[in-house]
Design a protein around this ligand. Structure first.
Ligand code: URP
Ligand code: ZN
Ligand code: ZN
Length: 462
């Protein structure tokens, strides 16, 4: 591999901002400085642009088999779309099939991703059936597969949900071997009863999705996960947090000295529950769990970011085309849960966050990249621009304005929840491990360019 010199850019990390040239040898950054006197195989002038660390999206579901269908993006199409938008690394969920092993799930996910992903990727291991055999597999998952994060679902009973006993025992096991638990927090039983009652009353349209999954379902589960984690001593990361009520439980936990890592997703910051009340079947586009919330919850999440209560803004990218969503035309509970976002997260967070003065430039980097890298053991290889780090760099033009549309996006899905949104700031060039992957909208790498990232046992950095 050759060398690359990026000249005149403004380097921005989670803590710093300075004008510098960045010199890359092979896959890593080897020098950063003012007016570097060095010759390189290739030079890029980044005058007027920010240099951000490659985005990390710690919550994706490529090709997820779910609710009788599959998420429509493959590892190839989904990670390529991510690269277009400024995301160079994903952490996807390898999900155990109940009754089967963790090993089988990991093999399955490697088969989908290895040799196909265009961007770099790691896996969380989702445990849906914690039994004596699963327990024995945990050390191997951590030490051989290089996976330090384990997911449990507190909803989707009969398919993915575990009970409190399973969750608690898994937490104890993770303390033993060096893992962090990540939780989908919704009270599955409460949700199922609400769905049952709504359907019995003839309430079948998409709006009953949100009406069956009120914030209290999420907050109750978040509180339970927090308490079980506290009692077991296990580190906890709550995925896709949506509401003020859940954040209140997190805040409360900090008062007894407990650290809770919190993820929200871009859609919960920008879209609200009024989407479900639109005409006809429109609301199906954003049927996801937990659902979109109220405007006051969006504000609580932005505040949470600035109060260091929220550590990462992911996507929960789980796209389904409209013909897949139509499976729930006559029954909202059959609409496949999930929505696209991987391509738009980075630019939307900049445009809606930094440009609108809701977050600082450094906070943008922390939320889009560094926070996830630090929590999940990718830092400092990923998540920053520093000597010795992987040269994953986004050359970002803060002046360029563009409009989001399904007609021009690269995700394999036939709608975009942000259709018509005006965005300020655009990923001009995406560099992944020293290679120009995307330049001015043109892909220069393809299927199989992405690398699997093994991670060390969990060690809290934030
Ligand atoms: O609706 C969602 N979130 N779909 C993906 C699965 C999950 O719960 O994360
Ligand atoms: Zn979830
Ligand atoms: Zn998810």
């Amino acid at each position: 591999m050759g060398s690359l010199l990026i000249k005149n850019g403004m380097v921005v990390t989670a803590t710093d901002q300075y004008q510098a040239d960045v010199y890359i040898e092979g896959e890593t950054v080897s020098m950063i400085g003012r007016k570097l006197e060095v010759s390189a195989d290739k030079e890029i002038d980044a005058q007027g642009c920010y240099l951000f660390p490659g985005g990390i999206d710690a919550h994706t579901h490529m090709e997820l088999p779910f609710m009788g269908t599959h998420a429509s993006d493959s590892f190839e199409t989904g990670t390529l779309a991510g690269l277009h938008g400024g995301t160079t690394t994903i952490i996807d969920f390898a999900i155990q099939t109940q009754g089967d092993t963790l090993e089988a799930a990991l093999q399955d996910w490697h088969k989908k991703a290895d040799g196909h992903a265009v961007g770099d990727y790691a896996f969380h291991c989702a445990v849906t059936d914690f039994n004596p055999e699963t327990r024995k597999e945990i050390p191997k998952v951590i030490h051989e597969h290089g996976i330090n994060s384990f997911k449990v679902f507190m909803a989707y009973k009969g398919a993915l949900m575990v009970d409190d006993r399973q969750m608690f025992e898994l937490m104890q096991e993770l303390v033993e071997h060096g893992g962090i638990i990540t939780t989908h927090c919704e009270n599955g039983d409460m949700v199922d009863r609400n769905i049952e009652q709504n359907l019995a009353a003839g309430n079948t349209s998409p709006k009953y999705h949100v009406l069956s999954r009120p914030a209290i379902c999420e907050a109750e589960a978040a509180g339970r996960a927090i308490d079980l984690a506290y009692q077991s001593g296990c580190s906890l990361y709550i995925v896709h947090t949506t509401c003020e009520e859940s954040l209140a439980r997190v805040k409360n936990a900090t008062m007894r000295g407990q650290k809770v890592h919190v993820e929200t997703c871009i859609q919960y910051l920008l879209l609200d529950e009024s989407e479900y009340f639109k005409e006809g079947f429109e609301g199906a586009k954003v049927v996801m769990s937990p659902p979109l919330r109220k405007k006051k919850d969006q504000q609580a999440l932005w505040d949470g970011i600035n109060q260091n209560l929220v550590h990462h803004v992911a996507t929960d990218h789980c796209p389904f085309c409209m013909d897949q969503k139509a499976m729930g035309k006559d029954d909202f509970s059959k609409i496949p849960n999930g929505a696209p976002g991987i391509e738009n997260r980075f630019e939307l967070l900049y445009s809606e966050g930094v440009v609108k003065n809701r977050i600082s430039l450094n906070k943008f980097v922390e939320m889009s990249s560094t926070g996830a890298a630090k929590i999940f053991g990718l830092f400092p290889r990923k998540g920053t621009i520093a000597v010795g780090s992987d040269a994953d760099i986004i050359i970002f033009d803060p002046q360029v304005k563009h409009t989001i549309s399904a007609d021009t996006h690269h995700m394999r899905v036939d709608y975009n929840p942000y259709e018509g949104w005006q965005v300020q700031g655009k990923t001009r060039t995406t560099i992944l491990r020293g290679t120009v992957a995307i330049d001015e909208g043109k892909a220069l790498v393809g299927e199989g360019f992405g690398k699997y990232l093994k991670r060390p046992p969990f060690k809290p950095l934030i």
